[in-house]
Structure formats: structure tokens, C-alpha cells
Design a protein around this ligand. Sequence first.
Ligand code: NAP
Length: 200
Amino acid sequence: MSTSATSRHSALTLAQNDVEAAVEVALIWAQARDGAGRPVIGVRGDIPWRVPEDFKHFQAHTRGHPIVMGMGTWLSLPKRPLPDRTNIVLSDVPGWADSDEAAGAIVVGSLAEALAVAAPGGETTWIVGGGQVYAQAMAAGLATRLEVTEIDLVVDGDTFAPPVDPTAWQATATTDWRTSAGEQALRYRFITYRPTQLGG
Ligand SMILES: NC(=O)c1ccc[n+]([C@@H]2O[C@H](COP(=O)([O-])OP(=O)(O)OC[C@H]3O[C@@H](n4cnc5c(N)ncnc54)[C@H](OP(=O)(O)O)[C@@H]3O)[C@@H](O)[C@H]2O)c1
């Protein structure tokens, strides 16, 4: 555990240097909230709501681009890999890259490696989860854009979105609340955040 934590720390330092290689590193997630107001993104390896419009939003942003995710998120996908995208998966488990579970993924051992593999030509790289990977990317200051879907739902969760520091991030676009045509008819809205120092 501690070895893994140490190697991840070094990886983040490297990743900060590598970030220039990618024009844009964007994080995308959808969040509801729990009874304590925390931003829930998952529970028991799944997402505890269905909003088809958010699924389309995710596809529209990420299709044609490299996507980076942790092994937890990879294993949660109903169908792997996600089509028309280079699927890059973070894992430290020795030998896992050669297993059937990893078929269709490029397996890397650090965020730095993920970014180097993802965007040698400088295109947008999407970091698509989950909780551990969002937290690392935010802590490392890697992101230049956040696409957050707010779902108007109170639900129990065990995985949470990273904090979005209002002194570091500003909402540059916010849609009205809309009602999903999905079975749960949940209200949702899309918010784009950019770093405050880059301006709106
Ligand atoms: N609402 C949303 O938008 C959204 C989006 C994505 C995911 N989710 C949800 O989030 C949950 C999964 O998130 P999670 O936090 O449990 O898992 P995760 O972040 O998807 O994956 C964690 C795993 O990734 C690997 N990993 C992470 N950082 C690494 C690094 N720097 N180097 C090497 N390997 C690294 C490790 O795998 P090894 O153990 O193999 O080393 C770790 O156990 C699920 O419930 C999913 O449905 C929600």
C-alpha cells in the first residue's frame, strides 16, 4: 500500500511536467449528493442513477478522444472498451495488463504515463473517473477544464467527486435545470469550469 502511494506521488510530480504535452486535460463527471451534501459519483462500483441525456453528453465530449480511467471505473463499464476512444486504464496490479479483463485497454502505471500515451499530438485528454483518479488529477493541478453534470438527487454513495475550489475554478457556462426523459425523470444541469487564472 505504502509503496503504491509513494509511486503514485512520484507519478504526479512527473505528470505536472508532462501536462504541457497535452493542450487540454479535462475531467468529466456527474454528481448527485448524499444526505450530508457530499457530491456522490458512485456506489458499490456503479452509478446510482440513469440520466440518458448525461450519457449522450459524455459521449459527445469524449468520442474521438483519448480517455483515462482507473481500474475501478474500467471494470464498472457495461461494455469495454468504450468505442471510438483510446481507453487508457491505470493499474498497479502486476500482470493485469495481460489478463482478459484488460482486453481493449492500454494499461499504464501512472497518470504521467497516461498523459504521455494519450496525447502525443496535443489533443484533449478526458479523465473519466473514478473517485481516486479525479482526486489525483485535481491534486496535481493537471486539469484545464471540468465538465460537471449536477443531478438533482439525494442518494447514498461511497465514491465522491473532488472538491472544486471556488478560488481556483469558475463556472464559465451553466445550463438551466432540465428534466430527464429517462425513467427516473431526474432534473440535471451541465456546468463547465475553467481555472480562474485563465479567465472566462
Ligand atoms: N458519476 C460519474 O461521473 C462517474 C464516473 C466514473 C466512475 N464513477 C464511479 O466511481 C466508482 C469507481 O471509482 P473508484 O475511486 O472506486 O476507482 P477508480 O478511480 O476508477 O480506480 C481506482 C483504481 O485505479 C488504479 N489506480 C488509480 N490511480 C492509479 C495510479 N496513479 N497509478 C496506478 N494505478 C492507479 C488502482 O487500481 P489497481 O488496484 O489495479 O492498482 C485503483 O485501485 C464507481 O462507482 C464508478 O461507477 C462515476
